[in-house]
Design a binder for this molecule. Structure first.
Ligand code: PGA
Length: 253
């Protein structure tokens, strides 16, 4: 089965109401301006914008996702949002274990796994993020770190229908620095191997593995044409309509 390219925007903690709606409207118009795309689009705004962005995207084939969730359905978890709440307001995806959450909130593989199980139970698809730090790369531990993150954070019963992996080298996020295409392909192939061990070869071969970290229109083709790269998770460049769509165009979508 062919893996459909996923072009996903991670807006992070950016955008007040007017900005978010403007951006979503721009994406809506741009996506509709071309009849058929060879990819799936997704935007993941901050929680506060989800409802308005959903409305602004009406009529365009762009999925809505959140950037995190709790594993519980409800209860005494001040400041948290549950998968069922995200589902109710129209999300179909949730990003989990982004390196900024692993670093800023001390999220472990075990916690991410628990969140993913809960999200899948509510019918949400997850984008589980992995990636090495600069020190880990320098120490030659990239494959080892990513393999352990896959083993720990991906649920045992994850399938290609409910899970997407995003490989994002921490040192490439928001820095303008990127690995070489050869490095990316090597890690993606190793990630697929680790997935095969965890969830079986059939499932692993169908699961999408995105690359993330300073993806721009200018390097989209280089990364997205690699055999094991099935899309991109885009931060900075997803905040500009022309860049977000330019990445899809240049990737041959
Ligand atoms: P970036 O972020 O595209 O700004 O590097 C990617 C991400 O963190 O998902």
């Amino acid at each position: 089965m062919a893996r459909k390219t996923l072009i996903a925007g991670n807006w992070k903690m950016n955008g007040l109401l007017a900005d978010g709606v403007d951006l979503a409207k721009g994406i809506n118009t741009a996506v509709k301006s071309k009849g058929k795309w060879n990819c799936e689009f997704l935007v993941c705004p901050p929680f506060t914008l989800l409802t308005s962005v959903k409305k602004a995207l009406r009529g365009a084939k762009v999925a809505l996702g959140a950037q995190d969730c709790h594993f519980a359905e409800k209860g005494a978890h001040t400041g948290d949002i549950s998968p069922v709440m995200l589902k109710e307001i129209g999300c179909s995806y949730v990003i989990l274990g982004h390196s900024e959450r692993r670093a800023d909130h001390g999220e472990s593989n075990e916690l991410i796994n628990k969140k993913a199980v809960a999200a899948h139970q509510q019918g949400l698809k997850t984008i589980i993020c992995i990636g090495e730090t600069e020190a880990e790369r320098d120490a030659g531990k990239t494959i080892n770190v990513c393999t352990l993150q896959i083993a720990g954070s991906v649920p045992d019963d994850a399938t290609a229908a409910d899970t997407v992996i995003a490989y994002e080298p921490v040192w490439a996020i928001g820095t303008g620095k990127t690995p070489t295409a050869k490095d990316v392909e090597e890690v993606h192939a190793a990630v697929r191997k680790a997935l095969a061990k965890k969830i079986g070869k059939g499932n692993a071969n169908k699961m999408r593995i995105l690359y993330g970290g300073s993806v721009k229109p200018g390097n989209a083709k280089e990364f997205l044409s690699l055999p094991d790269v099935d899309g991109a998770l885009i931060g900075g460049a997803s905040l500009k309509v022309a860049d977000f769509l330019g990445i899809a165009e240049n990737a041959g979508c």
